[in-house]
Design a protein around this ligand. Structure first.
Ligand code: SAM
Length: 374
């Protein structure tokens, strides 16, 4: 098993003109095949990594910073009679719509905009972090998932009034967007520092979140035992679950997770948790956004995406034919997924670089008796 953490080789980019600093990409930590877990943990703590998303922070800034992430309707989404409509504008329509006024200036078609079409989310995040604290940063996959969630929210009522869970939520951006229409949102992660930062973000955005939505920040550590630790002390300030919240979790129909595929042992732990969570109560669908990271492997003498391969070893692609359904270990996967075409999802978040390395998957858990259905 290759346990290399794959999150370390991202390079910072200029996002909005304020942060023009560029530095060398941080190298992927070389911890493959180490049998000494504590040595690996120590190395992970020593290695610092940097996401590409660090809006507006001054050059050489380190530590925690509050950025404002602006979301706005792209030009191809219109608000028409109480509904948002997404239109694919073909060139011929655009040509027809463009005309000149008396002064010879271009008259551009006016688009209907709703007052809530543009809003800012305040996010407290770090610019760099050690690998165990990557949840203090915002990663590109979180923005892709934000775009997807907003698109669903604008063009359907699917997420209205639901119970939703964000896994490995980090700063909690996607979960907070969902909280604008959902009934209950659980923002989950592990470790007090990350959970505290996430709770602080919920606090920073309290005016954005409708009072009828309940947002919980809760510890859901994929490596801990199931069910997660419960604590029924009402006045306790902790991120532990109580019985009624755990019951509410059963009623979740939507799970979301971004950039949680970067280390094989974490991928194993995540799918182990999903095996427990997804059959629990209401049928659940998971939307998982990931960054496909490539590394040079000495074993393969080639550039490979090992973390991605591990992920794919758990998820059967629904579009594959029946013969390809069998996994290398001879079993049929309980997780069935389809890759969502990102070109169909408009970019609501500011102009970040989507790139071809970002993928979004819709994943369902198929119960035993359904496994043979293709
Ligand atoms: C790369 S960050 C992604 C954070 C956020 N979703 C984003 O994309 O901006 C990976 C997330 O997985 C979380 N994570 C790592 N190990 C975990 C575990 N054992 N249980 C729960 N969450 C974990 C991290 O704390 C972190 O928030």
């Amino acid at each position: 098993m290759n346990n290399t953490s794959e999150i370390g080789f991202v390079s910072p980019v200029k996002m909005d003109g304020e942060n023009s600093e560029t530095t060398e990409p941080s190298p992927a930590p070389e911890t493959a095949n180490s049998s000494d877990d504590s040595q690996k943990e120590k190395e992970d703590e020593d290695d610092h990594v940097m996401s590409e998303i660090h809006l507006g922070c001054p050059p050489k800034f380190s530590g925690s910073f509050v950025s404002y992430f602006t979301f706005s309707l792209p030009p191809d989404v219109e608000y028409i009679e109480g509904k948002y409509e997404y239109r694919v504008l073909d060139d011929s329509k655009l040509n027809q719509e463009v005309s000149l006024d008396d002064d010879g200036d271009l008259v551009l078609p006016r688009r209907n905009k709703h007052p809530k079409d543009k809003f800012d989310v305040a996010i407290q995040h770090n610019i760099t972090s050690s690998i165990p604290k990557v949840g203090l940063q915002v990663w590109r996959a979180e923005l892709v998932l934000s775009d997807f969630v907003l698109h669903k929210m604008y063009t359907s009522s699917k997420f209205d009034g639901i119970v939703a869970v964000e896994l490995g939520a980090g700063t909690g951006l996607v979960g907070m967007l969902l909280a604008r229409v959902a009934k209950t949102v659980f923002l989950t992660d592990h470790g007090v520092e990350i959970l505290k930062n996430c709770a602080n973000n919920v606090h920073l955005n309290s005016t954005l979140l409708p009072s009828k939505t309940t947002v919980y920040v809760r510890e859901l550590d994929w490596k801990a035992s199931w069910p997660p630790k419960q604590d029924n002390c009402a006045s306790c300030e902790s991120y532990a679950w109580n019985q009624s919240q755990f019951e509410e979790l059963k009623r979740a129909s939507l799970l979301v997770a971004a950039d949680v595929i970067y280390s094989d042992d974490l991928t194993d732990a995540l799918f182990h948790t999903l095996e427990r969570l997804m059959p629990h109560g209401l049928e659940k669908v998971l939307y998982l956004a990931l960054e496909k990271r490539y590394n040079f492997s000495i074993d393969d003498l080639d550039v490979v995406a090992n973390g991605y391969s591990r992920f794919r070893s758990y998820v059967r692609d629904e579009t594959d034919d029946a013969e390809n359904n069998e996994l290398p270990n001879g079993s049929l996967s309980a997780f069935v997924g389809t890759r969502i075409d990102l070109t169909k999802i408009p970019q609501y978040a500011f102009n970040y670089n989507r790139g071809l390395d970002l993928e979004l998957w819709k994943i369902k858990y198929v119960r035993e008796e359904e496994k043979h259905i293709t």
